[in-house]
Design a protein around this ligand. Sequence first.
Ligand SMILES: NC(=O)c1ccc[n+]([C@@H]2O[C@H](COP(=O)([O-])OP(=O)(O)OC[C@H]3O[C@@H](n4cnc5c(N)ncnc54)[C@H](OP(=O)(O)O)[C@@H]3O)[C@@H](O)[C@H]2O)c1
Length: 298
Amino acid sequence: MRFAVLGSGFWATEVHAASLAEHPDAELVGIWGRDAGKAQAAAARYDVAGTDDLDALLADVDAVSISVPPAVQPDLAVRAAEAGCHLLLEKPVALSVADADRVVAATAAAGVASVVFLTFRFRTSATTWLEQASRSTLVGGSVTWLASTFAADSPFRGSVWRAEPGAPLWDLGPHALSLLTPVLGPVVAAQGSRAADGTVNVILEHEAGPTSTLTLSATASPLSAGEEFWVHGDAGRLVLLPEEGRTAHLAHAVAVTELQAAALTGGAHPCDAAYGAEQVRVLAAAEAAIAAGARQRV
Ligand SMILES: NC(=O)c1ccc[n+]([C@@H]2O[C@H](COP(=O)([O-])OP(=O)(O)OC[C@H]3O[C@@H](n4cnc5c(N)ncnc54)[C@H](OP(=O)(O)O)[C@@H]3O)[C@@H](O)[C@H]2O)c1
């Protein structure tokens, strides 16, 4: 399958393009960016074309791997779907329910496959953890993710959208949900608060009764940074062990393979755009709960 990467920033170049350039069954054809010079510089690293001409690149590929800020992604995703391209999307799919629903509708209308690159879901360690968890009777879960997004050595320190007050929830929340909802079930209500330093604490109620908690920060000190995921139930507390090293491009390669399989078979993927939109509904409810200081139904 012929792929274009849409976006020419750090994540687009170091993860999306790097994974596609090495992929045994996919071909990286080109990189699009709003700035032709940046797109060409990114593309030159992989010996492909860089361009700011989106329509021309979409006409030349079967699929796109999108890595731009979440407010920018929906319009690009809709244009790509309308051009008949399968979609490898970034998390969160959008920053509003209406935008997420537009992406879902465009994939349905065009009959294209979609996968949201929820990194943990494409790692072997998480697959094993999810299998173990699905064999237990669970009553709850917890995700704590303390990030130092703006530390001097962070590749995301210049990210404009991550500097918004709601960003820890929208940036880190999709990863948390991607592991909690498959085993605890859909979220039906949320409560939450935001601390003075921007840390977000959220309580989620899952449909069948379990509850889970999220603690998400973008401004943790580098000494306290890290992430912990666990669920608990009759089999004890199942802790997801962190993966060492920079493994995101390996996870992305798995997502590429699974998008291709979904496209070839016409089957839905568990992390498709509709699941991404379900996440957006939960995040929007959590944001509303934080603003209102009261429980919100999803
Ligand atoms: N799955 C994961 O584990 C993971 C990890 C990291 C990031 N991500 C996701 O990847 C996406 C990109 O993240 P990021 O950190 O690279 O974001 P970012 O640093 O905030 O922005 C990256 C790129 O977006 C481009 N951009 C900004 N506004 C644009 C617009 N209006 N039109 C076209 N391009 C625009 C920028 O172009 P210029 O260079 O021209 O300014 C820049 O190259 C986000 O959805 C993020 O959540 C996912």
